[in-house]
Design a protein around this ligand. Structure first.
Ligand code: GRF
Length: 221
């Protein structure tokens, strides 16, 4: 029988990434069981999404805790009580303590709406747009103690068009977030991720034809 991985999803907001993971799990595309959703924000719409799918949804408000580690310990307690093996940060707006990361070594993943290491931190989409990049995208990576600095598992690249606004670009990026996050979780569930230093290798990686994207497209060369 195929091994399944128990995941816990940490959220703070809308939870569209959570929804994509729920949908892919329900379609049988993901060998993962969402055991619990934890939000630090009681008003997060992500909580409603979890409830609609009968997934335990727990609010742990960071403002109720004077220290980050105490807040993190509470999350660890809840994650453990739901037998979580992989922690999935999906729009979770808190930095995890090193104590938390040591409790789940290379078992915490995060999604970021930019091609790391460019534009880490808040508002990655807008900052890339304002910078004038011709491509942007999103990255799923293992969490480490920095902000969006851990080993990269998978990235998707999207073009930036002259007609874009930061909203249209963000929407294009979000669509790809919804695809690559499930792919990263599935690689993890299949035991395909091997972390060597900063690099994540995918076991049985299938190389596709060498390809190159240009934006704007080349006209002559
Ligand atoms: C996503 O763009 C994610 O990459 C970023 O916050 C947004 C969360 O969206 N960290 P959602 O809550 O999953 O809809």
């Amino acid at each position: 029988m195929k091994k399944r991985v128990n995941i816990g999803v940490l959220v703070s907001g809308s939870g569209s990434n959570l929804q994509a993971i729920i949908d892919n799990a329900e379609k049988g595309l993901l060998d993962a069981d969402i055991r619990v959703v934890i939000s630090n924000n009681p008003d997060a719409y992500a909580l409603e999404r979890a409830k609609k799918h009968n997934i335990p949804a727990v609010v742990i408000e960071h403002s109720d805790f004077s220290e980050r580690e105490v807040f993190d310990r509470k999350m660890i307690e809840v994650l453990r009580s739901h037998s979580v093996e992989l922690v999935v940060m999906a729009g979770f707006m808190r930095v995890l303590s090193s104590m938390f990361l040591k409790t789940f070594p290379m078992k915490v993943i995060n999604i970021h709406p930019a091609i790391l290491p460019s534009f880490p931190g808040l508002h990655g989409q807008e900052r890339a747009f304002e910078y004038g990049v011709k491509f942007s995208g999103c990255s799923v990576h293992f969490a480490d103690e920095g902000v969006d600095t851990g080993p990269i598992i998978i990235q998707a690249v999207v073009p930036v068009y002259d007609s874009d606004t930061d909203e249209t670009l963000s929407a294009r990026i979000l669509k790809e977030e919804h695809r690559i996050y499930s792919q990263a979780i599935q690689f993890y569930a299949e035991g395909k991720l091997e972390v060597v230093g900063r690099k994540v290798r995918i076991k049985n990686y299938k190389q596709i034809d060498e390809s190159c994207l240009h934006n704007p497209p080349l006209t002559k060369f």
